[in-house]
Structure formats: structure tokens, C-alpha cells
Design a protein around this ligand. Structure first.
Ligand SMILES: [Zn+2]
Length: 288
């Protein structure tokens, strides 16, 4: 049986900060703690690299963007790119976005609109997406099942309005019902890619999705936080056990995100096991 060790794996969906921060004050991590815990988790599961995005998207966004960039800078080989975020209702959003894409060297922007309390296709998104379109950079947008603020049809509205922007639908397969919609949306929106974060354990139909619309439309994401809210990165396990060809997995696990963010050709599978990652930190106690 295939193993994670057989492939370069880039997790495109890792938040910097604790998941608890979404629901309360949360636990304050230093960048050093974040990276130590994160790489320990990645090493345990054979995940080579990760694309980082902020955790707290609704409070002190400037600090959240700075924290994400600081984590990347501690280990740029493991974290070859990161994404920023801005609140679409904030007048200062365009300036903060310019700071993310300029001074902080981020490769795109990410949103989780339910934490901003606004609909995904809020009018404030238009000038921000126009800037991304101009810069030829992608937009990573959560469409988690159960949030009507983030209904997939709202992302379709943005994808229709900005056909030259590549949209990554984060949490695309996060319920069985929603997974049934993804092939339909993939068919009509060639500028959308699809992430496996928060993937449901049954009925997600990934093999069928890839068969119909190609492995170049799917990206491996696990929705990790500073402390992972899972004990095993389910999408990795599921994809490895699937009947999908190795060539398809190479695209899903690394090739697609390398092309999207301009990260160069595939890197060799690395030996990342370090003294720090060998410690026995808990793989996460949360069930979220
Ligand atoms: Zn997420």
C-alpha cells in the first residue's frame, strides 16, 4: 500500500494560531511554538511542506498577518508560501492587502467570511479581487458546509465576476451534500480549484470528482491549526488508499499548488525528522 513517504506532500490549508481563537480569546502561541508543534505534526504524518494562512480572521488582522509571515520565515523550506487576509468591510483592507502582497511577500489572499460576519460575495470583495486579478494572484476562500454566509453559490458569483482570478474553494468537500455540488461547480467554473480540508469521512466522491474534472482541479489540505484539531490527516490517508494513479496524487499532493503559487518544480522527499519533531507532543485534544 502506498504511504505518505512515497510522495512530496504540500498541505495547502494550515492556519497559524490556535483553533480555540475562533471561539474565544484562545491560546497565545509564539511563532517558535507554532512552528515546533506544527512541524512535529507534519513529520508524524509525512507532510513535507505547508502553505500557511492566518487563524484569527476577525480580530487584529494586522497582527494575524504578521504572525503568519513570522512562522513562514522561521522555516521557509517547510513553509514555501503564506497567504494574508483582510476584512472586506474594513476601509483599510486595500492598504493591508498591499502590505501582505508587498512587504510581507505573501503569494495570495485567504478569507473565512463567517468570522467577519459578512456574506462571501460582499460588495467589499470586488475591489480586493480586482487587485488580485491585476497582480495575477489567487484567492483562497472558505465555503464550509453549514455556513450560509459561505454558501458555494456565493463563491460562484465571485468566480463569474472575476473569470481571470483563480479561486481555491477551501473546505469544498465538508459535507456529503456539499460534495455532490462540487462536480457541478467545477464543470461550470474552470477558474476554481478545490481543497480537501474538513473533508467528510464518507460520501465525498473524490475519485469521481478527479475522474470527471481532472487531478489538476484538486488540492490537498488538512485544515491544521497551530495545534491540529485532528489525530490523523484524513484526506492524506484517504487519497493514498484511493484507486487514483500515482501521477494524479503527485498533482493533488504538490504539483498543483506549486504551479498555482509559482513555487518551482517538485522538490525531493526530504528527511525532516528533527529532535524537536521527535518529541511526543500531543496530536491535539480538540474534537473540532
Ligand atoms: Zn480553514
Amino acid at each position: 500500500m502506498r504511504s505518505a513517504r512515497d510522495f512530496e506532500i504540500i498541505d495547502i490549508h494550515q492556519h497559524c494560531g490556535g483553533a480555540d481563537a475562533m471561539f474565544g480569546p484562545g491560546k497565545a502561541f509564539t511563532a517558535e511554538d507554532d512552528v515546533r508543534i506544527r512541524t512535529g505534526n507534519m513529520d508524524r504524518h509525512g507532510i513535507d511542506r505547508a502553505i500557511l494562512l492566518p487563524s484569527s480572521m476577525d480580530r487584529d488582522i494586522v497582527a494575524a498577518n504578521d504572525f503568519t509571515a513570522a512562522c513562514r520565515d522561521l522555516l521557509p523550506d517547510r513553509f514555501p508560501a503564506c497567504l494574508g487576509t483582510v476584512d472586506p468591510t474594513d476601509r483599510g483592507a486595500p492598504a493591508e492587502m498591499d502590505r501582505c502582497l508587498g512587504k510581507l511577500g505573501m503569494k495570495g489572499m485567504a478569507w473565512h467570511h463567517r468570522f467577519n460576519g459578512v456574506v462571501l460575495d460582499h460588495p467589499g470583495m470586488k475591489p480586493l479581487l480586482a487587485r488580485l486579478q491585476e497582480a495575477k494572484l489567487p484567492a483562497f476562500i472558505h465555503i464550509i458546509a453549514g455556513s450560509t454566509l459561505e454558501s458555494p453559490w456565493r463563491l460562484e458569483n465571485l468566480a463569474d465576476d472575476f473569470p481571470d482570478v483563480t479561486f481555491v474553494a477551501l473546505d469544498a468537500f465538508s459535507s456529503s451534500d456539499q460534495a455532490m455540488w462540487m462536480p457541478r461547480i467545477a464543470r461550470t467554473h474552470p477558474n476554481m480549484l478545490f481543497d480537501t480540508g474538513v473533508m467528510t469521512s464518507v460520501g465525498h466522491g473524490l475519485s469521481r470528482f478527479v475522474k470527471r474534472y481532472g487531478a489538476n482541479r484538486l488540492l490537498l489540505g488538512t485544515d491544521c491549526y497551530s495545534e491540529p484539531a485532528y489525530h490523523t490527516p484524513f484526506p492524506v490517508t484517504e487519497l493514498l488508499a484511493s484507486p487514483l494513479a500515482d501521477a494524479d496524487l503527485r498533482l493533488i499532493f504538490a504539483g498543483n499548488i506549486r504551479r498555482l503559487l509559482g513555487l518551482g518544480d517538485g522538490a525531493p522527499k526530504a528527511e525532516f525528522q528533527s529532535a524537536e519533531s521527535a518529541n511526543e507532543h500531543s496530536a491535539g485534544d480538540s474534537d473540532r
